[in-house]
Design a protein. Structure first.
Length: 238
């Protein structure tokens, strides 16, 4: 009697199992068909180019302090004459040198009310060199000890800033290089997968990056730079 009940149960269970296997096969086939109908590959193409900065900005900020404003101003004027003479000797034309604003601090004013001791007046003057002669600025930076020897106190000196301004000149060629690199990668993938490479489905151009050539330190402080762009392209697979 028990065996008679067991046999129908086994048959029913087998039917359910067969149904699940069949359903699983259909679901799996559906995924495969979906992929076949819209097969694609996404690849990235990289282009890099070493460039040199074509603009340099060199700020020279110097200070003087004392209790008599006219005396402090006279020392700043004297330092300014020394700095101008130094830059002329370095070979800069007059139009490459500009004068920044004069900063004056009175330590006995309300802003500095809690400051005790020290000189009353602190004056700071900035001279800015702006030139496309990058090599000359590098040489000038190495010669700044001459100013110190003449008594000019340089403050907050962080070195020149080097700028690459000709990005538009290299942009088209670099985009072409990155696109070609991406297609090469896609062709290799298609070859390995046995599917012919189709047309571009979607393309995204990444932003251009300007880095220090050796990717060490602050890019703005390095005259030798590296321009980089990465494109992301999706190709259809036939």
């Amino acid at each position: 009697m028990a065996n008679e009940k067991l046999i129908p149960a086994l048959v029913f269970g087998g039917l359910i199992a067969a149904g699940l296997v069949g359903s699983g096969a259909l679901i799996g086939q559906g995924v495969v068909n979906a992929r076949v109908g819209d097969r694609s590959v996404s690849v990235r193409g990289l282009a890099e180019r070493n460039v040199k900065a074509d603009l340099a900005v060199l700020p020279l900020r110097f200070t003087a302090s004392g209790d008599v404003l006219s005396d402090v101003q006279a020392r700043v004027d004297g330092d300014l004459a020394i700095v101008r003479s130094f830059l002329t000797a370095q070979g800069y034309p007059a139009n490459a040198v500009s004068l920044g604003r004069l900063e004056v601090a009175d330590t006995q004013s309300r802003e500095y009310a809690n400051q005790n001791g020290g000189p009353r007046f602190i004056l700071a003057q900035t001279v800015i060199v702006r030139t496309t002669d990058v090599d000359r600025v590098q040489a000038t930076t190495r010669a700044l000890n001459d100013l110190v020897r003449q008594g000019v106190v340089l403050q907050d000196f962080t070195g020149p800033t080097y700028v690459f301004t000709k990005l538009n000149a290299v942009r088209p060629a670099m985009i072409a290089e990155a696109t070609a690199a991406a297609r090469t990668g896609a062709e290799r993938f298609a070859q390995d997968s046995g599917a012919p490479l189709g047309p571009i489905r979607q393309a995204t151009q990444g932003s251009f990056e300007i880095l220090a050539r050796d990717e060490i330190g602050d890019e703005s402080q390095s005259p030798d730079k590296k321009v980089r762009v990465v494109t992301t392209i999706s190709y259809r697979l036939r």
